[in-house]
Design a protein around this ligand. Structure first.
Ligand SMILES: NC(=O)c1ccc[n+]([C@@H]2O[C@H](COP(=O)([O-])OP(=O)(O)OC[C@H]3O[C@@H](n4cnc5c(N)ncnc54)[C@H](O)[C@@H]3O)[C@@H](O)[C@H]2O)c1
Length: 312
């Protein structure tokens, strides 16, 4: 299959690109390299350096690459940056997605849109949250992802396409930037390895649903093989507190993580976990990597110097 991955030089996108190449697909990548790195890419992937906000350039690339499938992962992913500059976030995450949908329409490609499970459901959603819960995002990033999903659904109704949205929980694993703003597991691993104390914002009882990047890639491949449109949560359904995480990382490191505490950041949810039954039923997918194994893999990757081409 000819596949195009936007955001393919990023953390999740580069693993997805490797997996598509490994199954014999022809893969092109669109990435503006704002957060992505060329060095993460296999040499068989053709990189086009451009922004999804540039509709003209996007159309030129997509009409010449003629993908059958577009995995749309390019995004501004920093929730706090979205609060500081919501229009910038919307330009990339909403207008960029509309541009991808339009280019896909002209090329006759199907789109798998990478949405968020953690940023969509809001503080009153039952846990684990089902896909049917009315989203009440707490950030411009969450609103933008929800809005983009609405465009995905609209294109299916308007143009009879079979586009789908995957709502990812908190993804972690090798290649996730340990110096970034998100990605608590790699950030904590890096601190502990450097002999520093990781910072917990709040009292550490807040929970998240952590899903390993290898499992996320498997969900994309399963959704690629599923011809019908859908919206699927991609997580574990399990709530894990930040305190539990810190303790687990301490176990892997062989010494206590000894976290320090700072005030909770505004807009942060106390609890989050997403229901997994729909993806199990429709895609035959479920996460298979235990948190202990995934944390060990992330820790080992940082110990090895965080190489760009690390597998999972
Ligand atoms: N990491 C998580 O926990 C998580 C959770 C839910 C959803 N997601 C979604 O998964 C996708 C990938 O996230 P990631 O964690 O790999 O982050 P990432 O920052 O590593 O990947 C995003 C990629 O998009 C590229 N990009 C950004 N703006 C662009 C633009 N305007 N044009 C072209 N490329 C652009 C970046 O350079 C980067 O390579 C995103 O859509 C994100 O919203 C991630």
């Amino acid at each position: 299959m000819r596949v195009l991955v936007t955001g393919g030089a990023g953390f999740i996108g580069s693993h997805l690109t490797d997996a598509l190449l490994a199954r014999g697909d022809e893969v092109s990548v669109i990435d503006d390299l704002s957060a992505g790195r060329m060095a993460r890419l296999d040499e068989r992937a053709v990189l086009h350096k451009l922004s999804v906000t540039d509709a003209v350039a996007l159309n030129v690339v997509i009409s010449s690459a003629r993908p059958e499938l577009i995995c749309h992962l390019a995004a501004q992913i920093d929730v706090r940056a979205s609060v500081a500059a919501p229009a910038v976030d919307a330009r990339t995450n909403v207008v960029g997605t509309v541009n991808v949908l339009e280019a896909a329409r002209l090329a006759g490609a199907r789109v798998l849109f990478c949405s968020s499970g953690g940023a969509l459901y809001g503080r009153d959603a039952p846990i684990p949250s089902l896909e049917d819960v009315l989203p009440l995002p707490e950030s411009p990033y969450g609103v933008a992802k929800y809005c983009a999903e609405q465009y995905v659904g609209l294109y299916n109704r308007l143009h009879g396409t079979a586009h789908s949205s995957l709502r990812l929980a908190n993804v972690y694993g090798p290649r996730q930037d340990p110096t970034g703003e998100s990605g608590v597991i790699t950030i904590f691993c890096a601190r502990v390895l450097a002999g520093e104390r990781p910072t917990i914002f709040g009292d550490g009882t807040q929970t998240r649903d952590y899903v390993y990047v290898g499992d996320v890639v498997a969900a994309f491949l399963a959704a690629a093989d599923q011809g019908r449109p859908g919206t699927w949560n991609v997580g574990t359904g399990v709530e894990v507190s930040v305190l539990e995480l810190a303790s687990m990382i301490g176990d892997v490191a062989g010494r206590p993580a000894d976290p320090k505490f700072a005030p909770m950041r505004p807009g942060e949810l106390q609890r989050s976990a997403i229901a997994i039954e729909r993806a199990e039923r429709d895609l035959g997918w479920r996460a298979v990597t235990s948190l202990a194994d995934g944390v060990r893999a992330a820790y080992r990757w940082i110990e090895e110097g965080a190489p760009d081409r690390a597998g999972y």
